[in-house]
Design a protein around this ligand. Structure first.
Ligand SMILES: Nc1nc2c(ncn2[C@@H]2O[C@H](COP(=O)(O)OP(=O)(O)OP(=O)(O)O)[C@@H](O)[C@H]2O)c(=O)[nH]1
Length: 381
């Protein structure tokens, strides 16, 4: 490819514009008050990379700024971006590691600028070193990200690393490191760098958006007071569990649990105590369940358990164990001690269908049977 055709100067101008635009995009998204901390690291990192690029690009600046500090600032910016990626993946990058990355980028160009001046060595080092830092970012994204979400930023980091690496190789092999007039590598890398920057900026924002969407999806399925599934969550997850049990030919048990005389607890001790009783019951049920069992708050003081692979007899045993535990527990709130009991209805796909809402209706009927029989007991449906 002829650099004359590509017009290297124009491509360099495009590269500068894209760098500024992607940085502005990351800064704008980080300014949103609810933005997670990683977005601020990415935005801050990109701003520093821009500053560093400006310092290294303006040859009329003092040599210390132009040949040394600029590289340190770029490396510091990349290290902050790497920290942001690690924060996004529930980890971090220590300040010591950031300092090492930055100091290396100061010392080596410093050596080749002040002690043993060599433009070629400095440019080679910057190509290889910044390629390595981008590939480190790619490794973090690849190891911790969800592929279909992080593929855009991953491609960006790999591409950017490759372009910088090839530039390093070009500098190493070329007779005059500043003569790029007819270099295919320089042309391609100058084209690839802005592309990679766009991928990285959009990819990072996409990763954050996906995280938000996931959080919202999880929250929309949960009851805010108890953390149990709400009806919507029960509907989606319950159907899945029902189908899984049906396909595998396993029994599916449903236990309905309703606190006895809950209105009296509210009336006698106040609503906050009633709320604490509900939270207490949810915690207690969680302890009794296996990780793949479902627990949902079905109504005011009514909970439902969906147990995959549990037959009628086993479900009755579980319900009786839960009932006994509730009876012996004491809820402490604001210096008050409250005891409560619950009535439970047990049904199983062995007697009914696998249809979750039919099972729940039958379980409800069994639970009301337990209420009518005097409460604080288990009834089978
Ligand atoms: N504190 C609190 N109370 C709630 C909540 N949701 C519903 N309630 C109350 O729960 C009470 C339910 O009362 P009832 O349906 O009469 O049932 P109960 O008093 O438990 O009587 P039985 O079920 O027949 O034993 C009502 O007073 C509702 O106001 C909640 O989230 N927090």
């Amino acid at each position: 490819m002829d650099a004359g055709v590509l017009n290297l100067d124009t491509l360099l101008l495009v590269q500068v514009c894209v760098t500024l635009l992607t940085t502005a995009l990351l800064v704008a998204s980080a300014c949103y008050t609810e933005s997670p901390p990683e977005q601020r690291w990415w935005a801050g990192g990109n701003v520093l990379v821009c500053v560093g690029l400006a310092l290294t690009g303006i040859e009329s600046l003092p040599v210390l700024l132009h040949g040394v500090i600029g590289y340190g600032v770029i490396a510091f910016g990349l290290a902050l971006a790497l920290r942001g990626l690690r924060v996004h993946c529930s980890s971090t990058l220590s300040w010591q590691a950031i300092a090492v990355i930055t100091v290396l980028a100061l010392l080596i160009p410093g050596w080749f600028t002040l002690v043993a001046p060599s433009l070629r060595a400095r440019l080679c080092f910057s190509g290889f070193y910044f390629a390595l830092l981008n590939w480190l970012c790619a490794v973090v994204v690849a190891r911790h990200g969800v592929w279909r979400v992080s593929i855009v930023s991953l491609t960006g980091f790999i591409l950017l690393g490759l372009a910088l690496f090839l530039r390093g190789v070009h500098m190493l092999l070329h007779v005059d490191p500043m003569d790029h007039t007819s270099s295919l590598v320089m042309g391609l890398s100058t084209l690839a760098i802005p592309l990679a920057q766009i991928c990285i900026a959009f990819g990072l924002i996409q990763m954050v958006m996906w995280r938000y969407a996931e959080r919202l999806r999880r929250l929309s399925a949960l009851d805010a007071l108890t953390g149990a599934l709400n009806r919507a969550g029960l509907e989606t997850q319950g159907k899945r569990v029902g189908l899984r049990a049906l396909r595998a030919g396993r029994s599916l048990a449903v236990i309905m649990i309703d606190v006895d005389y809950f209105k009296q607890i509210n009336d006698n001790h106040g609503h906050p105590v009633g709320d604490e009783v509900l939270r207490h019951l949810a915690r207690l049920l969680k302890v009794e369940l296996r990780p793949h069992d479902l627990m949902a708050r079905f109504g005011g003081e009514e909970f439902v358990l969906v147990l995959d692979g549990v037959d009628h007899a086993a479900a009755l045993n579980i319900a009786e164990r839960v009932r006994a535990r509730i009876e012996h527990e004491v809820v402490e709130w604001d210096g008050m001690s409250v005891r409560y009991t619950a009535s439970l209805g047990v049904v199983c796909s062995d007697q009914h269908s696998y249809d979750l809402f039919r099972l729940i209706a039958a379980g409800d009927a069994a639970m009301y049977q337990a209420k009518r029989a005097g409460r604080n007991r288990v009834a089978a449906g």
